[in-house]
Design a protein around this ligand. Structure first.
Ligand code: NAI
Length: 271
């Protein structure tokens, strides 16, 4: 799986890590479909790729809508015949003590971060299996898929679920002898608009959730990798066929600590 030809589709491709992936994959020679709920963002990214000599097409899609994802999959296979790489990347943030999280916000976060990955798999994987040639599904979780911390219950729960879903998908694909492989991506800090887009969606009361969320937003901007650099690490991992894919060396270290904690049945620790 060299990821140098064929078609790739990146959900949430209009910004951040998704945008970095779109640019890197197009530079390697893939035709990249930039799928985002914000069509303006997707078009801007596709336009930039084409200006740089690559091939990219913008698509408007809401990953929370299974019918829309099904229609997109039909369109992609009709036009391109096969899909060599699907990246289920779209994701959003929120904050708050577990008992403070607004149920509507919990639902909308799960709808994007977890249901969106499920809808991507359900819409595309049967067709990818059917094409009979090698292909990869990459589900973007987070190092938050193997760590825990206060104020991040909804986001962390969604990312642990994406890791579990991806491992189960690995078993299902192996069971049916498919040439489709799956990877799960665990990015560390990457400098993107994810916290800014979440706006004031952390409770602002006395619990400290608002301050914590603001500190995370600042950390993300000050300590985060450039998305284009992070995408290089991700694409290298996918091209090698790694199941666990990281953006930096902290990811494997956090996984090791999680393994030790489970082995020792230790109390939860923070990264
Ligand atoms: P971002 O906010 O820069 O980009 C996310 C994109 O997803 C946006 O263009 C947005 O319009 C799109 N999107 C949101 N809801 C959508 C929907 N319902 N349907 C289709 N598109 C939708 O975010 P970022 O940081 O690039 O995040 C990408 C993925 O990486 C997410 O899954 C996030 O959880 C994960 N991640 C990010 C980290 C970071 O430090 N930025 C760290 C670990 C994981």
């Amino acid at each position: 799986m060299t990821l140098t030809s064929g078609t790739a589709l990146v959900t949430g491709g209009g910004s951040g890590i998704g945008e970095g992936l779109v640019r890197r994959l197009a530079e390697r020679g893939m035709t990249v479909l930039v799928a985002d709920v914000d069509l303006g963002r997707a078009e801007a990214v596709a336009e930039r790729v084409r200006a740089d000599g690559g091939e990219a097409v913008a698509h408007s899609v809401d990953v929370t809508d299974p019918a829309a994802m099904g229609r997109l999959a039909g369109e992609v296979f009709e036009r391109h015949g096969s899909l060599e790489l699907l990246v289920n990347n779209a994701g959003i943030e929120t904050g708050g003590r577990v008992w403070e999280i607004d149920p509507a916000r919990w639902r909308s976060l799960m709808a994007v971060n977890l249901d969106g990955v499920f809808h991507g798999v359900a819409a595309f994987v049967p067709r990818m299996i059917g094409q009979g040639s090698p292909a990869t599904v990459a589900n973007v979780a987070s190092v938050g898929g193997v760590t825990t911390m206060p104020f991040q219950g909804a986001y962390i729960a969604s990312k642990h679920a994406v890791v579990g879903l991806s491992e189960c998908l690995f078993h299902d694909l192996a069971d049916v002898g498919s040439a489709v492989r799956v990877s799960v991506v665990l990015p560390g800090w990457v400098r993107t608009r994810i916290f800014a887009d979440a706006g004031g969606l952390a409770p602002q009361g006395d619990s400290g959730a608002g301050e914590h969320f603001e500190a995370m937003r600042v950390s993300n901007l000050e300590r985060g990798l450039d998305p284009y650099d992070a995408a290089e690490r991700i694409v290298d991992g996918l091209a090698r066929g790694d199941f666990w894919v990281f953006t930096d060396d902290r990811g494997p270290e956090l996984m090791r600590r999680r393994g030790e904690q489970l082995l020792e049945r230790g109390l939860p620790t923070q990264p």
